[in-house]
Design a protein around this ligand. Sequence first.
Ligand code: FES
Length: 61
Amino acid sequence: MTGKTLQLGEQKMLCQSGATVLDALLRELVEINHSCKQGVCQSCLSRSLDVAPPVSVHSMA
Ligand code: FES
């Protein structure tokens, strides 16, 4: 299983390759506003506090 490790406070979670950060957060039952799940509505817009997100962060590919 490949992907990136996300850290939200003390909680670490895996964002699998090909999945969005939103997918990873929802899989871990993190409560986050969302609607379209396609990068259109921006209701899930979040901020990375320590590293720049990858360019493909808004992509489903
Ligand atoms: S749910 Fe993230 S952009 Fe719509």
